[in-house]
Write a protein that binds this ligand. Structure first.
Ligand code: IMP
Ligand code: MG
Length: 181
């Protein structure tokens, strides 16, 4: 691929991701068997993971999407979380499973937990493809994590740098010169 030239190293191959998603799918299938959850993908980063994950879950569910923003166009968090688009689904007394690409500072996850608690969801759980525990600024955990990732800015499989690289089929680190351009 053309974009491969911008990548310094691959951290997780599409096979690594496949294995992680299948494992998550098995666990979630058990945990949500009789719950008919509302599975909420967080746009845009969670889409490739979400599309894959829901097909690894063998249970009744509804899906919906939400857009939030915490990052500007660069690699550091602005520290605030804005709701850009809310759900079309009423989550009152429903089991909500939030699907995220990565938990970094934890601010987005914390804001989403609060939001759905205030909407009187029956339960709120977070499933994240990646977790960067070293970067946590607030005390929040994902309930389900695919892969722990080191403290490096990563792209691919939904994760972007300036809205690019979301379509890479693996997760990797960009070459330094790409940031500087
Ligand atoms: P948090 O609120 O700091 O936990 O950030 C969550 C959001 O920041 C994620 O949903 C991503 O959109 C973005 N983000 C955090 N770390 C990375 C990264 O390494 N690469 C790309 N996006 C990231
Ligand atoms: Mg992002």
């Amino acid at each position: 691929m053309r974009m491969d030239n911008d990548i310094e190293k691959i951290l997780f191959t599409s096979e690594d991701i496949k294995v992680a998603v299948q494992k998550l799918g098995q666990k979630l299938t058990k945990d949500y068997q009789d719950k008919n959850p509302v599975v909420v993908g967080i746009l845009r980063g969670a889409t490739p993971f979400m599309i894959y994950l829901i097909r690894a879950m063998d249970c009744y569910m509804e899906i919906d999407f939400m857009a939030v923003s915490s990052y500007g166009d660069d690699t550091e968090s602005s520290g605030t979380v804005k709701i850009i688009k809310y759900l079309d689904t009423d989550v009152t007394d429903r089991h909500v499973l939030i699907v995220e690409d990565i938990i970094d500072s934890g601010r987005t996850a914390q804001a989403l937990r609060k939001l759905f608690a205030a909407k009187n969801a029956a339960s709120v759980k977070i499933c994240s493809l990646l977790d960067k525990p070293e970067r946590r600024e607030v005390d929040v955990q994902a309930d389900y994590v695919g892969i722990n990732t080191p403290n490096e800015f990563v792209v691919g499989y939904g994760l972007d740098f300036r809205q690019q690289y979301r379509n890479l089929p693996y997760i990797g680190v960009l070459k330094p010169e790409v940031y500087q351009s």
